[in-house]
Ligand binder design. Structure first.
Ligand SMILES: [Fe+2]
Ligand SMILES: [Fe+2]
Length: 286
């Protein structure tokens, strides 16, 4: 039997009752986010909890060896949001037969304080997100995953771009050069931001230094979130044509999605998850 991997993210669970009672909620960076939440954004993600819980039922039916979580669990990075979200996410992560690899998104690292709150609440619930440095997990069937952080907190509300820390960049280069990874059939890379959008406000301005590290490595598959529109495309890094999968948003009304990747006899078959209104189904393999 092949290896099955569920890739999902951008759940953006709604604000739990009472979350805005904390003075922390009223920091300048959050005020436009709160207005946006009540005017527009909140409506799109109102049923996120139901969709996340239904993903658990889907996993029980379908089974998955690994879960790769692309981040963005909540909306404003408040401790009250993490307290509610962490056990719910962890319940889904536990359905993976072998394990879960999770990276934070920019909404998890919404403010400088959110970084610690997110890690603490996820750990208390029994899930670990990255400790900062890239993480490697060897999967069955001659493949591995390298997860690395690209999310960072920002001071101004109009900034939500990603970042490749110099130490992450160096560690990633060392890891990918290591013969134990370089010699594998397939190495998945998991992070929050797309590698091919260098928009300085909402994208990943460090796309170029990342591309230099990824150049000419024929065994990579890049998995990311952040963009709330599911996609599968090919990006050239030097001579390597790398498949890139964006999981889109699990919960945004009308565009709900995830990917279920299967490796069967060395081939990667990927099926998009689709929300029917009450349950998750799979499209045919692409
Ligand atoms: Fe998101
Ligand atoms: Fe994001």
């Amino acid at each position: 039997m092949g290896l099955k991997i569920l890739q999902f993210g951008d759940v953006h669970l709604p604000l739990p009752p009472g979350a805005l009672r904390s003075p922390e909620a009223w920091r300048p960076r959050r005020i436009p986010a709160i207005a946006n939440y009540f005017l527009l954004r909140g409506r799109h993600y109102a049923a996120a909890g139901e969709k996340l819980d239904a993903l658990r039922d889907f996993l029980r039916r379908e089974g998955a060896d690994w879960i790769f979580y692309a981040g963005d669990s909540v909306g404003m990075g408040l401790d009250a949001e993490f307290r509610a979200a962490a056990p719910r996410l962890t319940a889904v992560f536990r359905e993976a037969r072998c394990g879960t690899v999770a990276v934070p998104g920019n909404h998890d690292f919404y403010t400088y304080r959110s970084v610690g709150d997110f890690r603490r609440r996820m750990e208390a619930a029994g899930s670990h997100v990255l400790p900062g440095a890239p993480v490697v997990r060897f999967l069955a069937e001659d493949s591995a995953v390298v997860a690395f952080e690209t999310a960072r907190p920002h001071f101004f509300f109009w900034h939500s771009s990603g970042y490749l820390a110099p130490e992450t960049r160096d560690a990633l280069a060392t890891l990918l050069d290591d013969p134990r990874l370089a010699g594998l059939e397939r190495v998945f890379l998991l992070t929050h931001y797309p590698p091919d959008d260098d928009d300085p406000y909402h994208g990943f301005p460090d796309a170029k230094p990342l591309a230099e590290i990824l150049a000419n490595r024929p065994n990579l598959v890049f998995l990311h979130g952040h963009v709330h529109k599911v996609s599968r495309r090919t990006v050239s890094f030097g001579s390597a044509e790398v498949p890139v999968f964006c999981s889109g948003s699990l919960s945004k009304a009308g565009v709900e999605s995830f990917w279920l990747h299967e490796i069967e006899e060395g081939r990667l078959l990927s099926r998009r998850g689709r929300w029917t209104g009450s349950a998750w189904t799979l499209d045919p393999p692409e």
